[in-house]
Design a protein around this ligand. Structure first.
Ligand SMILES: NC(=O)c1ccc[n+]([C@@H]2O[C@H](COP(=O)([O-])OP(=O)(O)OC[C@H]3O[C@@H](n4cnc5c(N)ncnc54)[C@H](O)[C@@H]3O)[C@@H](O)[C@H]2O)c1
Length: 261
């Protein structure tokens, strides 16, 4: 591992599980100081343990907050700046899948719930963090979109609308903030084996989620699920100076799924 994040502060939302946790571990093992945000206090505690296992002397701040709340977003940004003085990297990642259903059965309430976390939450994070990064003279943001933000998946009205929106927000802020030394990119994961995907398989087949999972992944060119550290590696690249001229990119990490006819 390198030490390319030494003296850098990275803020991660959705840090209590899956992609957020794997990224926290990866970034800490490359020297980052971390501010970890999630609604789940338990998840945050488990991530902090995993981080310390990977990097015993890592500086870690955990903050329980709901990314869809304006006030709580302002608080997690303020607490991070109060402790570390700056935010060098922001992994704007928290999200939920929502219930799967045909559009006619989706319901406006479920649509609002998913969009409020997956899209409004990403906007609120950008709104607050981009100001900090502009004032400090630079930074790098990675938003979590999805293959469902660049392709139609089906049965996911709220998720599709939100993740396509995340792609739009990414390009919009990248174009606005490039001149301030701030880069904004997105990752678009495919099927990565995390609790979210496990739950998704339970929705597809409550009686036999394992079989549903096996069947589902056969359509992928690699015929396997991605693992969270495989996303973390790309997130680390985008947050580091290695990607200094990458701005407004939306990078699929999906084993080639989104290219398939
Ligand atoms: N796993 C995949 O295959 C996959 C594919 C494409 C995109 N994604 C996206 O990746 C991101 C992370 O997903 P994951 O697979 O790690 O899922 P996960 O369920 O393992 O982790 C998501 C984390 O976000 C937190 N969270 C949920 N609502 C929140 C809120 N309102 N405020 C703060 N935290 C909240 C949860 O508590 C959880 O810890 C999500 O945006 C998801 O849409 C995942």
């Amino acid at each position: 591992m390198t030490d390319r994040f030494t003296d850098r502060t990275i803020l991660i939302t959705g840090a209590g599980s899956g992609l957020g946790r794997a990224s926290a571990v990866r970034l800490a093992s490359e020297g980052a100081k971390l501010s970890l945000v999630d609604v789940s206090e338990e998840g945050l505690a488990a991530t902090a343990d995993a981080v310390r296992e990977a990097a015993a002397d890592a500086e870690v701040l955990t903050i329980t907050a709901d990314v869809s709340s304006d006030d709580e977003t302002q608080s997690y940004v303020d607490e991070t700046v109060a402790k570390f003085g700056r935010i060098d990297g922001f992994f704007n990642n928290a999200g939920i899948e929502g219930r799967q259903n045909l559009t006619e059965n989706f319901t406006a309430a479920e649509f609002d719930r998913v969009v409020s976390i997956n899209l409004r939450g990403v906007f609120l994070g950008l709104e607050k963090v981009l100001k900090v990064m502009r004032e400090q003279g630079g930074g790098s943001v990675v938003n979590t979109a999805s293959v469902g933000g660049i392709r139609g998946v089906g049965n996911q009205s709220g998720y599709a609308a939100a993740k396509h929106g995340v792609v739009g927000l990414t390009r919009n802020s990248a174009v606005e903030y490039g001149e301030f030394g701030v880069r904004v990119n997105a990752v678009a994961p495919g099927a990565i084996w995390t609790p979210m995907v496990e739950n998704s398989m339970k929705q597809l087949d409550p009686d036999n989620p394992r079989q549903a999972a096996e069947q589902f992944i056969q359509a992928n060119p690699t015929k396997r699920y991605g693992e969270a550290p495989e996303i973390a590696a790309v997130v680390a690249f985008l947050l580091a100076d290695d990607s200094s001229y990458v701005n407004a990119a939306v990078i699929p990490i999906d084993g080639g799924q989104s290219a398939k006819y």
